[in-house]
Design a protein around this ligand. Structure first.
Ligand code: NAD
Length: 399
């Protein structure tokens, strides 16, 4: 799937979350865990990067750890980190949740960062929990042969990363709480460079209505994803940025105004259309309300404030959304006619057909007397689910 499909979604879901994994940093020279030749091939992470190994095999932990810390310290942000930071500052991308511990997003100019697995900028004493030293100080202790490196109180100094066996940090909880606060709103997440196999962070994207994945191999959430861009993190994000600049008539994009979120109207209309259920007796009212909403959305978009002062990309977004509203209006006109006599009879017709079927099933299964109330509930639930499906099929089957 293409970057264009992602841009189309960006217009509708403003400020998507970005969620990154080790694959966003391989182009900076830091190996990931699971690619061939990645860290997994060289060391057993359970053996070397777990809380247990910190106590039972500190030599292994710090010897392998130090190798990784050194390569991380020397690494520079790559195109992927830089584009993510830039698009955040243009108010095109929203907050960032990263599994990486390398601080390259900070180096690349990103902000509003939640570090799901901590970071290695500092290390904290496991005993007193009060003393925190910098990575440089920790590395010096290890280089001087102090393994494990210790605090003055005698406790082991542990890098502030989340190891196998550790509790998840506040950052992860906060990111989860924040997204759940907005559960009533439609939202999108862009996952970059993660195999999505490490729990519990890999279920974070499931809180979003739209999932876009940019990765150079398959991931554990490909089936749930709406858009999959199979490619390099850096190249794909640069491509995205260049296409956005093209949409802005080749000019550098200025930050979008804080309240520039016309896409929410499309979400609202889309949701409302999906709610239409021929079984609801007030379906006609709902459709009439939708036609009114559609015409006010058209009006708002066609008279969008400060239109003449907006940069080209903002005009393009509004034009694109206007066209989408027209498409929705046409779809609704083609598929739903409140005057349709046959349609008005549909609820009763469906109810009777399904009631007969349910009765048969229940009688067959239990041979018991059927509770009409339960039966009615079952049927209504079933129809609620099928309602939109029937509607979107253009009600073909009754003709
Ligand atoms: P992972 O190794 O499981 O998956 C990385 C994914 O990125 C793979 O699917 C790989 O095919 C893909 N990939 C690699 N290079 C890419 C590129 N240039 N462009 C696009 N895709 C690319 O990594 P994960 O899902 O993040 O989980 C591993 C765990 O390891 C995380 O918890 C993370 O904390 C830790 N880790 C972090 C770093 C780091 O901080 N840089 C490095 C290694 C591991």
């Amino acid at each position: 799937m293409s970057i264009i499909a992602l841009i189309d979604k960006l217009f509708i879901y403003p400020r998507p979350w970005v969620f990154t994994g080790a694959g966003v940093s391989t182009e900076s020279g830091i190996p990931d865990f699971r690619s061939p030749g990645g860290l997994w091939d060289k060391v057993d992470p359970m053996e070397n990067f777990s809380v247990r190994s910190l106590y039972t095999n500190p030599q292994g932990f710090f010897t392998h750890g130090i190798e990784m810390f050194k390569s991380i310290e020397a690494a520079e942000a790559n195109a992927a980190h830089i584009v993510i930071g830039e698009l955040q500052s243009k108010r095109i991308f929203g907050p960032l949740l990263t599994q990486n511990v390398d601080s390259l997003h900070q180096k690349g100019g990103a902000f509003n960062i939640y570090e799901a697995h901590g970071h290695i900028r500092t290390a904290t004493c496991l005993e007193c929990r009060e003393i925190t030293v910098s990575l440089a100080e920790l590395m010096k202790k290890v280089a001087d042969g102090e393994i494990p490196p210790r605090c003055d109180c005698g406790g082991i100094l542990k890098p502030d990363v989340i190891l196998f066996g550790d509790m998840m940090p506040d950052d992860f909880q906060e990111a989860c709480n924040l997204t759940r606060c907005f559960n009533s709103e439609d939202k999108m997440i862009i996952v970059v460079g993660s195999s999505l196999t490490v729990a519990p962070v890999n279920s974070f994207p499931l809180d979003f209505n739209e999932i876009c994945i940019i990765n150079n191999s398959s991931t554990a959430l490909d089936k749930q994803a709406n858009i999959i861009i199979n490619g390099s993190a850096g190249e794909s994000l640069l491509d995205l940025k260049n296409k956005l600049v093209e949409l802005n008539a080749g000019e550098e994009i200025k930050a979008f105004p804080p309240g520039f979120i016309p896409g929410v109207m499309i979400n609202y209309l889309d949701k409302a259309i999906k709610k239409i259920n021929p079984i609801l007796m007030e379906a006609d009212k709902l459709v009439n309300k939708l036609f009114t909403d559609i015409s006010s959305s058209k009006k708002i978009l066609s008279q969008y404030p400060l239109m003449d002062k907006r940069q080209t990309i903002e005009k393009a977004i509004i034009e694109n959304l206007y066209n989408k509203v027209i498409q929705m209006e046409n779809h609704l006109k083609e598929n739903y006619n409140p005057e349709d006599k046959e349609l008005a009879q549909l609820p009763e017709y469906l109810y009777n057909v399904l009631a007969a079927n349910f009765k048969l099933i229940i009688r067959y299964k239990s041979q018991n007397i059927i509770d009409e109330k339960v039966l009615k509930e079952l049927i209504l639930q079933f129809l609620g689910v099928t309602g939109f499906y029937i509607f979107s099929m253009g009600l073909a089957f009754i003709h």
